[in-house]
Every structure is written in C-alpha cells, then in structure tokens.
Design a protein around this ligand. Structure first.
Ligand SMILES: Cc1cc2nc3c(=O)[nH]c(=O)nc-3n(C[C@H](O)[C@H](O)[C@H](O)COP(=O)(O)OP(=O)(O)OC[C@H]3O[C@@H](n4cnc5c(N)ncnc54)[C@H](O)[C@@H]3O)c2cc1C
Length: 206
C-alpha cells in the first residue's frame, strides 16, 4: 500500500469487502482488499461504482480513510437515508461482496510527512475522513509534526473515530509532545470529549 502514487490512467478495478466497522450509528467504515492498488497519498479519494442486476449504475466519490502505510484501503461512508449509494453500504453490503472503484484521485488536498507542518485540519461530519488519513499517516510514520484538528459534529455520538482520536492525543501526551495533536470540537461535544481525554490521560499515568 505504501508504493508511491504515480500518475497513471485510472481504470475500474474490483475491490472485496473484507470488514465492515460501525464507527457511529450513521457512519460505517468499509475495509477493502484490492489486487492492484498503486498506493495513495493521505487526502486523496476514490470513485466507487455500483451496478444493479439490470445494469443500472451509480457512481459516487469517497475519501480514503486509511493511511498510505495500511494494508487495506478503508472508506468511511455516512448514511443518507434517502440517498442512492450510501444506504447500500449500511443496509446491503456484506463481507465478501465485490464493488468497483478507481483511484486514487486528487493531487491538491494531500499531505505527506515530507511536506512538514504545522498543519491545521478543519472538517465536519464525514469531512473528517481525509483528515484521519493524514493523522493515521502521521502516526504510522512516528512523526511529531504539529497537527491541530478542528472537528465539528452535531453530538458526541456522531464523532467519527472518537476513540482513535482520543488515543492519538494521549499517545502524543505520553511522548511529551503535548503541543502536537490538538483536538478542537464544537462546544456541544466538547465537555464529554474533554472528559474522555482526561480519563485517557489518567489511565496513561497509571
Ligand atoms: C471528493 C469527495 C469525497 C467524498 N468523501 C466522502 C466520504 O468520505 N464519506 C461520505 O460519506 N461521503 C463522501 N462524499 C459524498 C459522497 O460522494 C456522496 O455524495 C454521499 O455518499 C451521498 O450519496 P448517496 O448516493 O447516498 O446520496 P444521493 O442519492 O446522491 O443523494 C444525496 C442527497 O441529494 C438528494 N437528491 C438526490 N437527487 C435529487 C434531486 N434530483 N433533487 C433534489 N434532491 C436530490 C437526496 O435526497 C439526498 O438527500 C464525498 C464526495 C466527494 C465529491
């Protein structure tokens, strides 16, 4: 997965669903296995294409959540009840299914360790997906590049990757890099998230 993303003609390829992870009640991660993935940079996305039995096709874009270093490609899809494609991943998709995708796509909104920092990441709802790829890339490389994440969600329960973000914060704190990852949340979520951070830090002290 860590191979450099070289410019090449994009073609559709089959991806097998190997795991489905419910991140929140409305957001699910789809872990995919691909035979011929050229590698990606954190921040890029893919196009996903679904084909019905009668040949009807629907195509949507999804950001890549996994780090370039990960062994699988991970997408996180938020369910829109009246949507055409996103409910498929929540109500229909099963481990072992095959979908089609092409990518990676996008060359401007990307970040690699070599680009340095400090970095300010701002996202709301599923907009956090490409940002977690950058945070995961940073963690996978053991980098202490300062990164601040401003993340907006309606409620604490809708914070995608909540526990992972807490763990990243605590890990930085243990390493003595308290000024590295900063998490700034919308006020409504902030109090409970702060208590999660405090609990995580207290456990780390033990
Ligand atoms: C670069 C990029 C990255 C993205 N990354 C992510 C990601 O990581 N995670 C994620 O969850 N999403 C992401 N998206 C959004 C994703 O591509 C889809 O738009 C989203 O999943 C909704 O698709 P859907 O088929 O479920 O809904 P759609 O069927 O596309 O419907 C979307 C909304 O539009 C309404 N609508 C549809 N047709 C009409 C019409 N004719 N008139 C009026 N209203 C209509 C529907 O009722 C619904 O509320 C990304 C988009 C882009 C462009």
């Amino acid at each position: 997965m860590a191979r450099a993303a070289l410019p090449r003609r994009l073609s559709w390829q089959a991806a097998e669903v190997v795991e489905l992870v419910d991140e929140t009640a409305g957001a699910r991660s789809i872990v995919l296995d691909l035979d011929d993935w050229p590698g990606h940079r954190a921040g890029q996305h893919v196009d996903v294409r679904l084909t019905a039995e009668d040949g009807y096709q629907a195509q949507r874009s999804y950001s890549i959540a996994s780090a370039p270093e990960d062994g699988h490609l991970v997408l996180t899809v938020e369910r829109l009840e009246d949507g055409e494609v996103s409910p498929f991943f929540h109500n229909v998709a099963e481990v072992g299914d095959e979908i089609e995708l092409r990518g990676p796509i996008g060359g401007h909104f990307v970040w690699s360790i070599e680009d340095g920092g400090p970095i300010l990441l701002i996202g709301g709802g599923s907009g956090v997906v490409p940002l977690i790829s950058m945070l995961r890339h940073r963690a996978a490389e053991g980098s202490n590049t300062p990164m601040a994440l401003i993340y907006s969600a309606r409620t604490e329960d809708e914070l995608i990757y909540r526990d992972e973000l807490v763990a990243m914060y605590v890990e930085d704190w243990i390493a003595g890099d308290q000024k590295c990852i900063r998490l700034i949340l919308r006020q409504r979520c902030k109090r409970s998230f702060d208590s999660l951070l405090i609990t995580g830090l207290q456990q780390a002290k033990l």
